[in-house]
Write a new protein. Structure first.
Lengths: 250, 224, 500
């Protein structure tokens, strides 16, 4: 099977270590992974802000970049949800505007093979114990798009529960949004920050050393608030935890 | 009436808004899948009755179970305990129900004014049916149920449910049975008056009767 | 519409006019610690209860789908159902009026009340009459409308605006309510009892006494309705306190103002909504009182019944194939109660009687994208999807929000008072649009993206802790992430030999 990594623009530019973790995790599990360099951004920032037409070239780009892959794995719940939920809508929008089925076809090709990382691990590879080691207390924040759009359910938790040395701490109000929301964070900064600081208070109450999610964009926000508040809690993407082994741990 | 122009304008706007709906589509063509449950669980008659009693009590109705022979004594006792002196009995209420009660019984003929009703201590009625799954009584103005104001203005409502034929399990069953009566005003009552308006916390008792007593009346002593 | 020069928004709600755009109003609210505590307490209380009430029904998902399907089916043939409804109500002794907008509805109701010779009316809580600003219109005509729902009473006595669909005074805690009752009841009628405490039961008792004299003497009642059954002409009002029953039963004349989308085709359809609504709204198996009436009835209740069918932007909403799902709404408030944005911003920030997620999609559609407020509402959401998850009629609120955002920034086809028209993009978004285009161009040219990443990483030590301009919105409260020395793309090229 041919597996492509869709690293996402945020990870590519700001969190390359998450992408590297996905590669090393998948390789450890015997999966050879490609990185088609034609990929860029899924288009979510534009689409969710209302610029549907600006998103269209990025839909084509995504579909073309992964045309020959059987699976596309991405370490982002919201980017996976963007492809799966919104690409078909973008295709339908173009059709409704009389611009043919080309985008719908691109979407139809991309949707079924796109998997968020933990889905790929649990549903495709059928593993919940990835042989990871991470000797820290961790609390898990289920991001909104992972939770409600993708329906990740307990997949991330099951993976974390099998990590040696990891102690999982329950997060109060876990299912509540952290307040990131893409451009929401700058269009409604006061509400976004209020949500962020409530989330960080809940994180602090767990006493965990690490807060973990399936999405670095949410972590950028949570981590940004934690850092501003001088909190010692570290934001870590789940891929980096799952990639950890006894050899790699600092 | 406002001349019909706004009527035509609104209906015209509706039609223009729906240009995506195929012209030959009929109102019933779009399917509605009704695969939801008719009742939530299989129950014997006595289990339904238990559930009704439990749900009524959960929303703070006072529930009593009685056989036909003991009904008038029970009503007399409940009214006496309440200190009720003036009690409304709607037309069609079986006369023997209040035979033992030492109270002034008011009929609603001639019609009592709202102020007169406000001076009444209690009202005793029957009902059209009761719904076990939700703990609901439905009154429909039939015999012994009275017009709506009678069970609204007094602060104490005693409602008798004939368990042999007036209890259904669910909301769908209730609506089906009520369909022929839909033209009459219906009042669905689930517990005494309540509000959630202060901090979204439920408090019993605002404008409607603050005490609701429900008497589950069995015909056959063995079924109690 | 201010943007295309077609004038004022076609909603009434005078009290809400001129409110600031959402972000500014919300910012003020986030600094109000008491407001935030009140909202947090109330919404979290009801959230858990709703979840329990819904979990009791194994078939909830199926009921929800049926509810959505019934509403969609109705909307697709709304003209047909409205005509049937009109026939049935008329046959049952009622009189049906049609109001294209708020002004017309207010005029109809004012004239009807005037014709009775009365100067006061008692009112059941009604969103439609809030929306059209009926109380203010009646006041101008010298008619006093008494709100009788406890929360509406609190709002009216406090000279306040509603902030929640179900509990308009949710922003007030028990202590504030006690103060309002103590200070204000006397000027509206029977004063609050001496020594009134903040115990909810005592507050409810004070409201009972204050309103009872009004109920007993009322000659005219005003209401909305939760449902109207086209087949039978039956109207349904779902409530808890009994104030609704008082207003629907005791007066001689009843006037109901109801949005046209409240129609359901058949009596049987109620079996779905009477299960969905109470559990979603007050988290009860069934609300304490549900009143159903069909025209007028001999010897029971009002002798005169008027139904005012209200459009006021609903047909414009109906014309939008994506946005029309907002018309499924049964006003349960579940979406408000789970919304993290509503919880922090409060209801007033939404600038309409419809706050929260449903308000963010309903208000801009009913009024049109008429002002910076309406333009800001589709952005009053992090798109977390909690609203969609709890909506008992499966309104995909995030989908409609994004759809409306597109109307704001890209313009497009909308319907304004029945006329299809193409609106231009909002002016305020010019810079953003340029930035989005530039971002898209960069993302569509990976070479340029790579150069950009390179520049970013080379300059990473020069980056200030706080950004100027729009970036401040981030850095005022949050640190920026550290920029890595090497992008993933570069790492891949270096370690895996370039292209895959």
């Amino acid at each position: 099977m041919r597996v492509g990594l869709f690293v996402t623009c945020v990870n590519d530019s700001l969190y390359p270590r998450t992408g590297r973790a996905v590669v090393s995790l998948l390789e450890r599990l015997g999966v050879r992974v490609d990185f088609p360099t034609a990929q860029s951004c899924c288009g979510q920032p534009m689409f969710n802000t209302g610029y549907r037409h600006e998103t269209e070239p990025l839909v084509r780009r995504y579909a073309a970049a992964f045309r020959d892959h059987d699976y596309v794995v991405t370490p982002s719940g919201s980017c996976a949800a963007m492809v799966r939920d919104n690409y078909p809508r973008i295709g339908a929008g173009a059709e409704a505007e009389g611009r043919g089925t080309e985008l719908s076809e691109a979407a139809a090709g991309a949707v079924p093979k796109t998997y968020e990382l933990t889905e790929f691990l649990v549903d495709v590879l059928g593993v919940t114990d990835v042989g990871a080691y991470f000797p820290h207390t961790v609390t898990y924040h289920p991001t909104c798009h992972g939770l409600r759009m993708l329906g990740l359910g307990d997949r991330p938790r099951r993976l974390l529960e099998h990590v040696e040395g990891l102690e999982l701490r329950e997060l109060d109000g876990a299912e509540e949004c952290c307040g990131f929301g893409g451009t929401f964070a700058v269009k409604n900064p006061a509400v976004s920050a209020a949500m962020g600081s409530d989330k960080c208070r809940a994180v602090a109450r767990t006493g965990a050393e690490v807060v973990c999610t399936v999405d670095n964009s949410c972590l950028m926000h949570i981590g940004g608030v934690l850092a501003r508040e001088g909190s010692p809690v570290r934001p870590v993407h789940i891929a980096e935890i799952l990639a950890g082994t006894k050899d790699s741990v600092r | 009436m406002n001349g019909g122009t706004s009527r035509e304008r609104i209906l015209g706007r509706v039609r223009r808004a729906l240009t995506d709906v195929p012209r030959d589509e009929r109102p019933e063509d779009r399917p509605v899948v009704r695969d939801y449950l008719r009742t939530h669980g299989e129950r014997t008659t006595s289990e339904s009755l238990d559930l009704l009693a439990e749900n009524l009590a959960d929303y703070r109705a006072l529930v009593h179970r009685v056989t036909a022979t003991d009904l008038s004594a029970l009503l007399a006792r409940l009214l006496a305990e309440r200190g009720a002196r003036r009690v409304v009995a709607p037309a069609g209420l079986p006369g023997e129900w209040l035979a033992d009660a030492a109270v002034d019984i008011l009929s609603d003929a001639p019609v009592l004014t709202a102020h007169e009703l406000d001076e009444v201590d209690s009202v005793v009625t029957g009902c059209a049916l009761a719904i076990a799954e939700t703990g609901t009584l439905v009154l429909g103005g039939g015999p012994g149920q009275g017009r709506r104001a009678l069970t609204l203005v007094p602060d104490h409502h005693l409602c008798v449910v004939r368990t042999v034929d007036q209890v259904v399990d669910s909301v769908p069953q209730a609506l089906e049975r009520l369909a022929p009566a839909a033209a009459r005003p219906l009042t669905w009552i689930s517990g005494p008056s309540a509000t959630s308006d202060i901090e979204l916390d439920r408090v019993e008792g605002v404008h409607g009767p603050r005490t609701l007593e429900v008497i589950l009346l069995a015909e056959d002593p063995r079924s109690v | 519409m201010s943007r295309d020069g077609t004038g004022v928004p076609h909603s009434g709600g005078a009290a809400y006019l001129g409110m600031p755009a959402f972000p500014r109003a919300a910012e003020t609210a986030t600094r109000d610690d008491r407001l935030r505590a009140n909202l947090r307490h109330a919404t979290h209380t009801i959230r858990a209860k709703r979840a329990r009430a819904v979990a009791e029904l194994d078939d909830w998902a199926r009921l929800r789908q049926a509810g959505a399907a019934i509403k969609d089916r109705t909307l697709r043939h709304l003209d047909h159902h409205l005509v049937r409804l009109e026939e049935a109500v008329t046959r049952a002794g009622g009189t049906v009026h049609w109001a294209a907008d708020a002004a017309e509805a207010n005029r109809i109701v004012t004239d009807l009340v005037r014709a009775t010779g009365e100067r006061e009316v008692v009112k059941v809580k009604s969103m439609a009459t809030q929306e059209i600003g009926l109380n203010e219109a009646l006041a101008e005509a010298g008619i006093r409308a008494y709100e009788t729902d406890l929360a509406e009473l609190i709002v009216q006595l406090g000279d306040d605006l509603p902030s929640h669909i179900l509990v308009p005074a949710i922003h007030r805690n028990r202590g504030e309510i006690r103060d309002i009752f103590r200070d204000r009841m006397a000027s509206w009628g029977r004063p609050a009892p001496e020594g009134l405490t903040d115990r909810p039961a005592e507050l409810a008792e004070a409201a009972r006494r204050h309103l009872r004299e009004k109920f007993l003497r009322a000659k005219v009642g005003l209401s909305g309705a939760n449902f109207m059954v086209a087949e039978t002409g039956t109207l349904v009002v779902v409530e808890s306190e009994g104030n609704g029953r008082m207003c629907l039963t005791l007066p001689e004349t009843l006037i109901s103002v109801v949005g046209i989308e409240k129609t359901v085709p058949t009596w049987r359809d109620l079996e779905v909504f009477l299960q969905l609504l109470p559990r979603s709204s007050t988290a009860e198996r069934m609300n304490p009182y549900t009143s159903m009436w069909t025209g007028t009835a001999d010897g029971d209740g009002p002798r005169v019944f008027h139904l005012v069918l209200l459009d006021n932007g609903r047909t414009d909403t109906l014309a939008d194939e994506v946005g029309r799902q907002a018309l499924r709404c049964i006003r349960c408030s579940a979406c408000l109660n789970v919304c993290p944005v509503y919880e922090r911003a409060g209801g007033h920030a939404y600038g309409s009687p419809y706050p929260g997620p449903i308000g963010a999609i309903l208000t801009p559609q009913l009024r049109g994208l008429a002002s910076p407020l309406e333009e800001s509402l589709p952005y009053a959401s992090s798109l977390c999807g909690a609203c969609f998850e709890v909506c008992p009629v499966a309104i995909d609120i995030p989908e409609v929000l994004v759809h409306l955002r597109e109307r704001v920034v890209e313009g497009g086809e909308v319907t304004i008072r029945g006329t299809r028209t193409t609106i231009k993009p909002a002016k305020r978004h010019t810079a953003e649009r340029a930035a989005m285009r530039a971002a898209r161009w960069t993302f569509d040219h990976p070479g340029a993206l790579r150069r950009g990443q390179w520049i970013l990483s080379r300059s990473r030590r020069l980056r200030p802790r706080r950004l100027p301009g729009p970036g401040r919105a981030w850095t005022d409260t949050r640190e920026l992430p550290a920029v890595p020395a090497e992008s993933f793309r570069d790492w891949w090229a270096r370690t895996r030999g370039g292209t895959a």
